[in-house]
Design a protein around this ligand. Structure first.
Ligand SMILES: Nc1ncnc2c1ncn2[C@@H]1O[C@H](COP(=O)(O)OP(=O)(O)OP(=O)(O)O)[C@@H](O)[C@H]1O
Length: 216
């Protein structure tokens, strides 16, 4: 299968008369079965790159290819799932129902069973029937990982998925992402500052000021 690919992306954000060149010609590939760490200081363009890969922002120049989809915004959750920086859980639904949602939309059998299995993997089984605002932010963060994993996506993009977790839980989350690559052949792109992400990755892409920097 082919790679999730961005080629020569340029993106300028405009704030009044000010222009911020968030991406200045970024190319990146994520192959099935590999974990790629996207590192870079705050403001280096990581989220903008992920947003372009997801079709949430349109680059000024350059292309994004999502295998199996006509374009990034046409990709289904099974083709490309996301763990967003802002969790976007449905407040009225239990954690189990939140996680089951993509499985229901994809028409998978037993969405709730699959959701509970994913929550168990992330050690959230006992909280499955609670609402999002009845659990901590770190727990909500892990729910978003279960929600991305539930359909066994071909590609998964995670924006700082361990930002609110201690080392033990970060290790657990990263092991789950690693397993998605090893077991399901998913291509995983993880953005973050967490040194644990470096240990986990097959490959590192570092952004500096909107460009890919050479990694020694
Ligand atoms: N909607 C926007 N309007 C104006 N400027 C923006 C917008 N989004 C991002 N920027 C700017 O673009 C640059 C890149 O931002 P981006 O969020 O991609 O960085 P990042 O590497 O993900 O940072 P962090 O690690 O803090 O999340 C920053 O200078 C940021 O202030």
């Amino acid at each position: 299968m082919s790679a999730l690919r961005a080629s020569d992306l340029h993106k300028t954000h405009r704030r009044g008369s000010e222009q911020v060149h968030a991406l200045r010609g970024v190319s990146i590939e994520v192959h099935p079965g590999e974990v790629v760490a996207l590192l870079g200081r705050s403001g280096s363009g990581k989220t903008t790159l992920l947003n372009c890969l997801l079709g949430w922002e349109t680059p000024d120049r350059g292309t994004v290819e999502v295998p199996g989809a006509a374009g990034p915004s046409a990709a289904s959750w099974r083709e490309l799932a996301v763990v967003p920086q802002r969790f976007a859980l449905v407040e009225e639904l239990s954690l189990a129902d939140n996680v089951a949602l993509p499985a229901r939309l994809a028409g998978l059998p037993d969405p709730l069973g699959a959701a509970r299995a994913c929550l168990d993997e992330l050690r959230l089984g006992p909280l499955a029937d609670r609402l999002p605002d009845e659990v901590s932010l770190g727990e909500q963060q892990r729910v978003t990982i279960a929600r991305a994993m539930v359909v066994r996506p071909a590609f998964l993009v995670a924006d700082e998925p361990t930002g609110r977790l201690d080392d033990e839980l970060s290790g657990r989350v990263l092991a789950v992402l690693r397993e998605a690559a090893a077991r399901d052949g998913a291509g995983v792109l993880v953005a973050g500052h967490d040194p644990l992400v470096l240990d986990l990755a097959d490959r590192v892409v570092r952004l500096e000021d909107g460009r890919v920097a050479e990694v020694p």
